[in-house]
Design a protein around this ligand. Structure first.
Ligand SMILES: [Zn+2]
Length: 241
């Protein structure tokens, strides 16, 4: 079971792993906390409904057997929205996720690292809710989807040769190389991951962060495989046996 904050997170962070597991015969289930209705997009009306459809399309491409939305509201990058997922009751959300874990008899749940990657409040909440849900359901394995920060910084330092920008915001994001427990090779599934990313059409236009997706989709396939051909996880040891 792959637990994500917003539509498109699944494709970008864990799409290759999902495609690989599905093709290897595992039942892959996607659970998304919000409809991502505050995502930056050129399209503003009914964004939640459109992004929900995009998540279903992406999940189909990745080979998911089931898609569930927890129905929380997107908190936005600033996390100011009062009724957003970031401020939802952790216990209540975890119980709902635990129910799905139970129903599916899931043997693995993916969440996010404690930083929520780059710090989006809904992503931090995915870490909290996912960790508790796995504990409640007795899910044997919890993998925190992340990015190898060491590798990311190396790439950004190179990019800085072309255009100067401040690296400080990235120095505490995601996870240091030595903490990563699983690097999943998904190069063989890069084309599937790319198609899943492309299914999130509203996120390829509009604000700063959405252009990241568009920029990645424009990479020539060999470069795409190089940059997005590995997915990283930290396996959390269970507190209780
Ligand atoms: Zn997100």
């Amino acid at each position: 079971m792959f637990f994500h904050a917003h539509p498109d997170d699944e494709a970008l962070l864990t799409g290759g792993t999902m495609a690989r597991l599905a093709q290897e015969g595992h039942r892959v289930v996607l659970v998304v906390a919000t409809a991502g209705e505050l995502g930056l997009s050129a399209r503003q009306t009914d964004l939640g409904a459109v992004r929900t459809r995009e998540a279903h399309a992406s999940a189909r491409v990745l080979g998911c057997a089931r898609v569930e939305f927890l129905g929380y509201r997107d908190s936005g990058l600033e996390g100011r929205r009062r009724h957003g997922f970031a401020r939802a009751d952790v216990g209540e959300a975890a119980e709902r996720l635990a129910e799905l874990l139970h129903e599916e008899r899931a043997d693995l749940l993916t969440t996010y690292d404690p930083n929520g990657g780059y710090g989006h409040p809904d992503h931090v909440q995915v870490h909290r809710v996912g960790t508790l849900a796995a504990e409640l359901a007795g899910t044997p394995r919890v993998w925190e989807a992340t990015v190898d920060r060491t590798r990311l910084l190396r790439g950004l330092r190179l990019a800085r040769l072309i255009r100067r920008f401040d690296l400080t915001p990235f120095e505490k994001t995601y996870t240091a190389h030595h903490e990563i427990t699983h690097s999943v090779d998904v190069r063989q599934y890069a084309h599937v991951k790319r198609a899943a990313m492309a299914a999130h059409a509203t996120q390829t236009t509009g604000g700063e962060s959405t252009r990241t997706l568009a920029a990645l989709l424009k990479l020539p396939p060999p470069l795409f495989r190089l940059i997005l051909g590995t997915e990283w996880y930290v396996e959390r040891k269970r507190l209780r046996a």
